[in-house]
Design a protein around this ligand. Structure first.
Ligand code: SIN
Ligand code: CO
Length: 390
């Protein structure tokens, strides 16, 4: 088993990290995960890449073309024909399939949990690389096995020139500024837009803890889609009392200002924005892995009496928001539920603990609302009776 430290920042305080580095500049943390042992072996990672429901890719530096991309799922023979060096296998969202990998996320509690996207794992043969590139999101790169040389480059923009490649966004120019060799347990933080270029010194594995930040396009499109459901057909553009137009075909400023007024009033609905955002940020990556289940309520009592607790489904995303003095809004995998504020301590535990102890939960038996909430989350598949995910 691997040891997950309480915080991934080593000696650095979360306050200093957030003030000086987060979203600003790269940071190397030597032995952030001292003695870390990858819970997955390279063979097990390759095994995941054979599965239909897992997203995987192989990048060969000198393939049929430079930086050849092969898309998974792969067959066993695909691995047999790979060269000795200069290729990388990348498997997305491994935390959704392997609970031991999901545990790593608990070392990032100094950041909002709903900002974490997933954990991608790469295995590289010596010399393997995905090329110089930048990502649009923050990433922590944990060296889990072997050594990788990381070169850090310039701050990029959407205009930074890329190689003409049909699928990969590889930078045409890489202006190296720093270079480090990472050993197992070392971790590198890279903010969005900073060029980075990792090359395997020897056979190695890197875990990428990636963060999600919706684009402005996504925010506008998805929020207005959500808001639209609650609007009626009768509230319309209106121009009562307007002056006689000098030119009937002209769209004047006053008309645009009327429109602006409508849009601004609608987007100022903070409660609607919060509800949409909580739902959006907790949408599951693989909804098919979170199925509603037949759930018999006596099972919960029995399970707890037998000393078993409840675990979070690795595919579940949970968050909450306090709504004034009276309510707390729970967001669970893309849905929301308004609860009385008295349930706040229980909601916090459910959202923040990977495992809920039976002793804690048995004390909720006296609180029918808390008990019903547990039953609902079990029925929805967000929580699992211990052992169900094995
Ligand atoms: C890798 O693991 O090779 C690539 C990770 C990254 O650059 O984001
Ligand atoms: Co990257």
């Amino acid at each position: 088993m691997s040891d997950t430290p309480a915080s991934a920042l080593g000696d650095l305080s979360p306050e200093v990290f957030l003030r000086d580095y987060w979203q600003k500049k790269p940071l190397l943390i030597r032995q952030a995960f001292a003695g870390y042992e990858s819970p997955l072996s390279p063979d097990e990672l390759a095994g995941l890449a054979l599965e239909e429901e897992v997203e995987s890719r192989i990048i060969l530096t000198h393939g049929k073309t430079p930086w050849e991309l092969r898309q998974g799922p792969f067959g066993e023979d695909d691995f047999k024909t790979l060269p000795e060096q200069d290729w990388t296998l990348l498997v997305q969202a491994v935390d959704q399939f392997v609970p031991e990998v999901a545990e790593l996320k608990s070392a990032f509690r100094f950041l909002p949990s709903w900002r974490i996207d997933d954990i991608m794992i790469s295995y590289a043969a010596p010399g393997g690389s995905v090329g110089p590139h930048f990502d649009n999101y923050d990433v922590f790169l944990l060296q889990a096995h072997g050594r990788r040389r990381w070169k850090i480059g310039q701050h990029c923009t959407p205009e930074s020139p890329l190689l003409a490649h049909p699928d990969l966004r590889i930078l045409q120019d890489f202006e190296q500024q720093q270079e480090w060799v990472l050993e197992p347990g070392d971790m590198l933080y890279i903010p969005p837009g900073v060029a980075h270029y990792g090359i395997a010194e020897d056979e190695c594995m890197t875990y990428s803890v990636g963060f999600r930040a919706p684009s402005h396009q996504e925010i506008l499109l998805h929020f207005t889609d959500f808001l639209g459901q609650y609007l009626n057909d009768q509230d319309r553009y209106s121009d009562a009392g307007m002056p006689v137009p000098a030119h009937p075909a002209a769209i004047d400023d006053a008309s645009i200002e009327r429109l602006q007024g409508i849009v601004l009033e609608l987007v100022q609905d903070k409660a609607a924005l919060a509800t949409w955002f909580g739902r959006f940020m907790t949408e599951p990556r693989y909804p098919e892995m979170l199925q509603a289940q037949e759930f018999e309520s006596h099972l919960l009592q029995e399970e707890l009496d037998n000393g078993y607790g409840l675990t979070r489904n690795p595919n579940a995303r949970l968050a909450y928001r306090e709504e004034g003095e009276e309510h707390v809004m729970l967001f669970a995998t893309g849905e929301h539920c308004l609860l009385p504020a008295t349930l706040l301590p229980q909601v916090q535990l459910i959202c923040e603990q990977e495992y809920l102890e039976p002793e804690t939960l048995l004390s909720w038996r006296q609180n029918p609302e808390a008990w019903t909430l547990l039953e609902q989350l079990l029925a929805k598949g967000d929580l699992l009776l211990e052992g169900e995910d094995e």
